[in-house]
Design a protein around this ligand. Structure first.
Ligand SMILES: Nc1ncnc2c1ncn2[C@@H]1O[C@H](COP(=O)(O)OP(=O)(O)O)[C@@H](O)[C@H]1O
Ligand SMILES: [Mg+2]
Length: 254
């Protein structure tokens, strides 16, 4: 259902360039952690390391205290679902077939699609507001529809850890809120990269702010999102009020 995630001293070098350095943070079981930072700060790279899609050059990522590198691939595929920005999906697949990809780690080798997998996938499409889209070709879907199909694929995987890279970028405001509400209520541990600081403040339990491949702040939304830090990291002057729920409200100046 949910797992504890730990990143300790994580570094990642590509072609002699240091992309991430000494990244350390933890997500408790069931927590929703928002990963923030300017373009190029290393959010997508970190998410790939957390999902075991790439290996760190230094340090370690572990799930319930077991290093990802020690987990068999199939276990990893069941326990961690990743929704990246560039979905490398075969354009000839239908929406239902894409969602069914999430069930592959549960299928005995050489077995076909089970009836339970099918009904699960149909339910997931329906709760993504995509009733009637089952037979639609991926190539005919809008950006937001693709994003919701891919999220449905991640949900039917029933992961312990859900990693999402800018899952709201193509969604209208209603679907953004639907998704964040679902993530906040879900028992699964979630790490989600977001650009909208107010959405992050409203829906995440904790935030991790990256800049230049390093963690510059981590903690509650109120602790991380201060006007000084936003100016320093994003070079944007803001005013911050505390909402009635104690969560910060960021106002951008004209
Ligand atoms: N495979 C790669 N080879 C070279 N540079 C990379 C590679 N992946 C990412 N980078 C660089 O690492 C930095 C962080 O990228 P990324 O993790 O995508 O940032 P973010 O998601 O925060 O925008 C960027 O400067 C990017 O150009
Ligand atoms: Mg990115």
């Amino acid at each position: 259902m949910s797992a504890r995630l730990d990143a300790a001293g994580v570094g990642w070098d590509v072609a002699g360039a240091r992309i991430l350095a000494s990244v350390a943070f933890a997500a408790a079981p069931g927590e929703t952690v928002g990963l923030l930072g300017p373009n190029g700060s290393g959010k997508s790279s970190l998410l790939r390391l957390l999902g075991g899609l790439a290996r760190p050059s230094a340090g370690q990522v572990s799930l319930d205290s077991v290093a990802l590198s020690a987990l068999p691939r199939r276990a990893l595929a069941r326990r961690i679902a990743v929704v990246t920005q560039q979905t490398a999906t075969d354009v000839e697949m239908t929406a239902l077939e894409v969602v069914l990809l999430g069930r592959i780690p549960y299928r005995p080798r050489l077995a076909g699609v089970a009836a339970t997998d099918l009904s699960m996938a149909r339910r997931a499409l329906a709760s993504a507001g995509l009733d009637g889209f089952a037979d639609r070709r991926w190539s005919t879907l809008s950006g937001g529809e693709r994003q919701r199909v891919d999220l449905a694929r991640a949900f039917v995987q029933e992961p312990d850890l859900l990693l999402l890279d800018e899952p709201t970028n193509h969604l209208d405001i209603r679907h953004q809120l639907d998704l964040l509400r679902t993530l906040a209520a879900s028992p699964t541990t979630v790490v989600v990269t977001l650009h909208d600081l107010n959405l992050a403040a409203d829906w995440c339990d904790r935030l991790v702010l990256l800049c230049g491949g390093r963690v510059v702040a981590a903690g509650t939304p109120a602790a991380v999102l201060t006007a000084e830090r936003i100016l320093e990291v994003y070079d944007v002057p803001v005013d911050i009020d505390a909402g009635p729920d104690g969560r910060p409200r960021i106002r951008y100046r004209r």
